[in-house]
Write a protein that binds this ligand. Structure first.
Ligand code: 13P
Length: 253
């Protein structure tokens, strides 16, 4: 079996001013400094990026943005591009989060350009996919995942697929406290890996697929132990450095 280093990423969403972020990172760094064998990332608002990159420099904590625009520059008021993030030494970027898809009209067509834009700038993309509750109830989970993986990664070459991290986030489990049952998470993540295998067996062995949706210190160990789950994308429980550090530790337990 291929060795895939687990990744535990905290998605802060629209939380924390720069001052709050500074306080957080001072609490997180000592808690994770001695944990080895797991990559750790915080995905922070644009306004926190520079301070977090500076404060985390030389530590094991990587700093990600939560969105980017697919063009390098242009008349796109309010947007931020991949080269702008790369120049700040940002490590990666969350793309296609369900909140962006649902609330801000983020389309598969835009994502098909955003993922390669991130890779070209040297940023590690975490591409989020997942079904709604209605889609799951209708037996449409696999169709939805197949469509998102096909459309969002269409412009990524087969030999670059493993540079993308995929996060399976069932929308019904996000912020609800309703975590997917381990069998559901394993089944969906294994299905995503099989989709990647359809393009490249090598990429399927190497690509990291995370689970996200109500991951907490109390359920992280079981989810992270699933054979195809290579880490977690954590929302609410990442906002407190102590609970996030517990989840990081669970990844290597
Ligand atoms: P919660 O962990 O708060 O359910 O959020 C999950 C998520 O959306 C991470 O991107």
């Amino acid at each position: 079996m291929a060795q895939r280093a687990p990744l535990v990423a905290g998605n802060w969403k629209m939380y924390k001013t720069e001052a709050q972020a500074e306080e957080y990172i001072q609490g997180l760094l000592p808690r994770v400094s001695s944990v080895s064998g797991v990559e750790v990332a915080i995905c922070v608002p644009f306004t926190d990026l520079r301070a977090m990159v500076d404060s985390a420099r030389g530590s094991r904590v990587e700093v990600y943005a939560q969105n980017l625009h697919q063009e390098a520059d242009g008349a796109f008021t309010g947007e931020v591009s991949a080269p702008m993030l790369a120049e700040l030494d940002v490590h990666g970027v969350v793309l296609g989060h369900s909140e962006r898809r649902e609330l801000f009209g983020e389309s598969d067509r835009a994502l098909a350009q955003k993922v390669p834009a991130a890779l070209a700038a040297g940023l590690k993309p975490i591409l989020c996919v997942g079904e709604t509750e209605a889609e799951r109830d209708a037996g449409d989970t696999e169709r939805k995942l197949r469509q998102q993986i096909a459309e969002d990664l269409v412009e990524v070459a087969d030999d670059e697929l493993a540079d993308v991290v995929i996060a399976y986030e069932p929308i019904w489990a996000i912020g609800t406290g309703r975590v997917a049952m381990p069998e559901q998470a394993q089944e969906a993540v294994a299905f995503i890996r099989a989709l990647i295998e359809g393009r490249s067996a090598e990429a399927a062995r190497r690509v990291r697929i995370l689970y996200g949706g109500s991951v907490k210190p109390g359920n992280a160990r079981e989810l992270l132990a699933l054979p195809d789950v290579d880490g977690a994308l954590v929302g609410g429980a990442s906002l407190d450095p102590a609970s996030f550090a517990e989840i990081v530790t669970a990844a290597v337990a």
